[in-house]
Design a protein around this ligand. Structure first.
Ligand SMILES: [Mn+2]
Length: 229
């Protein structure tokens, strides 16, 4: 049994599927942890969520956390934030994947899925979270907005609080070389960003979907294949 984490799929359904099938070779006894940002930017948001549901129906064990893009989508639709802000930040791609002109046309089940997502999960010695933790808080596991949005927080890590745990997160796309480096230094630094900016295949050193096997401390990279037929 393995525990596998993947983050920031951003509508890259084909890439996600092939990473699980040919890279990770996911088995039903494995636990799959998805760290948020399923929606926006990439070409097939609907396909990503459909595939997550398919996996669950086929008795794969999938645990999904919330990303800032799910939060933005919900807020835009519920009227908390201007709709245009979300549409400009990748939401347009989400609408298109549903063949929708208006947010009201996104089927309720997909919004309920986004609404159901938790912010953070502790699995063995790992803390899994979309963006990271705010260590200026007395309890870094409490400020939910920071868990979705925070960047550049590594200098603030309170290692007395963290103790023997590791933080696995996404949200900030980093070159694959940086991911390898964080992987190498995991025991000393105790954090790893596994977001290689899968949707951004046009930028150097980005554009792969990364999976991290927590159990064997192994990384997998799958180049973006969304344009393949
Ligand atoms: Mn994000």
């Amino acid at each position: 049994m393995r525990k596998i984490a993947i983050s920031d799929i951003h509508g890259c359904a084909k890439t996600f599927k092939i990473l699980l099938k040919e890279g990770v070779r996911l088995r039903q006894e494995d636990q799959l942890y998805l760290l948020g940002d399923y929606v926006d930017r990439g070409p097939d948001v609907k396909g990503v969520i459909d595939f997550i549901w398919e996996l669950k129906e086929q008795n794969y064990q999938v645990h999904c956390l919330r990303g800032n893009h799910e939060a933005m989508m919900l807020e835009a639709i519920q009227g908390g934030n201007p709709l245009e802000l979300w549409l400009a930040n990748g939401g347009r791609a989400t609408l298109e994947s549903f063949g929708a002109d208006y947010v009201e046309q996104i089927p309720r089940a997909y919004l309920d899925f986004a609404q159901s997502l938790d912010y953070v999960l502790e699995v063995d010695e790992y803390i899994l979270v979309h963006a990271g933790l705010n260590f200026s808080s007395p309890n870094p596991l409490e400020p939910c907005e920071d868990m979705l949005w925070i960047r550049w927080w590594y200098d603030e890590i309170d290692y007395d609080w963290l103790q023997n745990r590791y933080i696995v997160h996404g949200h900030t796309p980093v070159p694959w070389q940086d991911i390898r480096q964080m992987h190498k230094k995991l025991d000393a630094r105790r954090f790893i960003d596994i977001d290689n900016g899968c949707f951004a295949f046009f930028r150097p050193n980005l554009g792969q979907l990364c999976a991290f096997d927590l159990t064997h401390r192994q990384l997998y990279f799958q180049p973006n294949i969304e344009a393949d037929t």
